[in-house]
Write a protein that binds this ligand. Structure first.
Ligand code: SF4
Length: 426
């Protein structure tokens, strides 16, 4: 099978500007917003403050019409002052919740800044509560704390905490890792099934799932580039990673599928027969949506950890030029295949020193800046077009059928600006 060729040398060996200054990021609790939709029998109990509760409620306001699958056990001043036994309080809250909600099969105790500051041992609580509520409910814990994290690390921490409790298997299976919207996941499963690849297991599964197991014959593919901890946890369980570009756009999706197809011995004829029609649709949709992007420049602030694969998509499939591609972390095993394909030229930066990076963006005056919410408004006020990185994890953007929408997310701010200029000129 043909491999994709690196573009004029690629960026894998390009010098990386390492920044360790102030960062502008959301915390890992944000991941609960998409994880609670994905895992239909799970509940996320944040042990945190009123600030944490407000963040979740405002970000997930839609949930008021449904039976919620997340909540906050609020630490009051007496807890923070160590005047109450937090472990007893947590036991009581959990017992009350599980009595009321027999549909809950997995309970995540999610740590926050306040619970970490006062050092509440949520691992101990999860272990004790698992024993009390087993076998009906499995209790796990992870941290969503905002200190020195990015908002996508919440999903990574959640999935990583599930890996040690997955059943062991000796079977040769494909495990696909990362939360996708159901409709996108179904498209992916159908492509893999049409190639005869299986069994395919998912992490996270939609429901607590005895069939998701791991062992020395498991091979796994990631659908999100921010799952470094989960990747390490799976390797510790003996599973083998299939490195590939991430499935964004026609090229990324094809390369991702090809890595799996090669592993499972799928013939080129079968691969082409399965992918030809959706590839053609993806190319057409991208071409339409990307018209306005061609020849434009883009600057990525580090935020979602999707920056490198998206820069690859925007440069190679949408005709943009990348000025700087900033990522909170660069993990060679995970990001290397996308860096190989990213045309040489942009400054690659890891971490953040926000003031210095803002100076670079202002000097470069990119046509489009991808950044966090906190930076977008000031940059818009200075006349730069921006795209909020967080939208990229809330919108279905993976695989062929979403490739046009992905390009559309980036072209919309530029179209809007063009319309506004037109109106101003009239
Ligand atoms: S975990 Fe920390 S950063 Fe996140 S909402 Fe709570 S206090 Fe704020």
């Amino acid at each position: 099978m043909n491999a994709l060729t690196p573009s004029n040398g690629g960026c894998r060996t390009a010098p990386v500007l390492k920044e360790r200054g102030q960062r502008e990021v959301f915390c890992g609790l944000t991941g609960i917003i998409w994880l609670h939709r994905k895992m239909q029998d799970a509940f996320f109990l944040v042990v945190g403050s009123r600030t944490c509760a407000h963040l979740l409620q405002s970000a997930a306001g839609v949930m008021i019409f449904a039976e919620p699958r997340f909540g906050t056990a609020i630490l009051e001043e007496t807890d923070l002052a160590g005047m109450k036994d937090a472990q007893v309080e947590i036991d009581r809250e959990v017992a009350r919740l599980l009595e009321r909600r027999p549909d809950i099969r997995q309970l995540f105790l999610v740590g926050s800044c306040p619970s970490e500051v006062i050092k509440i041992d949520l691992a101990k609580a999860a272990e004790r509560l698992s024993q009390i509520h087993a076998p009906h409910v499995r209790v796990l814990n992870y941290s969503g704390s905002g200190i020195e994290t990015t908002f996508t690390e919440g999903e990574d921490a959640c999935l990583a905490c599930m890996v040690p409790v997955l059943k062991s298997t000796a079977a040769r299976e494909l495990l696909v890792v990362g939360a996708l919207p159901d409709v996108v996941e179904d498209q992916m499963l159908s492509l893999l099934a049409d190639m005869g690849i299986g069994p395919v297991r998912l992490l996270p599964a939609r429901r607590i799932d005895d069939t998701t197991a791991v062992g020395p014959n498991t091979v796994f593919a990631l659908v999100q580039p921010f799952l470094g901890e989960t990747h390490a946890a799976l390797e510790r369980r003996g599973a083998r990673y299939l490195p590939a570009p991430f499935p964004f756009g026609d090229e990324g999706t094809t390369a991702w599928l090809r890595a799996i197809a090669t592993e499972f011995g799928v013939s080129e004829e079968t691969f082409d027969a399965v992918t030809a029609a959706p590839r053609a649709r993806a190319r057409k949709a991208i071409a339409q949506a990307a018209e306005v992007l061609r020849g434009k420049s883009v600057f990525f602030f580090p935020d979602s950890q999707l920056e490198i694969p998206l820069a690859r998509f925007l440069t190679r499939e949408c005709g943009m030029t990348a000025i700087e591609v900033g990522s909170p972390y660069i993990h060679d095993t995970l990001h290397g295949p996308d860096l190989d394909l990213l045309p040489a030229g942009p400054q690659i930066s890891e971490g953040q020193d926000v003031d210095k990076q803002l100076d670079r963006a202002r000097a470069a005056r990119p046509d489009l800046t991808i950044c966090g919410l906190g930076l977008a408004n000031p940059l818009e006020a200075e006349g730069l077009s921006t795209k909020w990185a967080i939208e990229l994890v809330f919108t279905p953007v993976h695989f062929y059928e979403q490739a046009g929408d992905l390009a559309g997310l980036f072209s919309r701010p530029l179209r809007r600006k063009a319309v506004l200029h037109l109106e101003a000129a009239e």
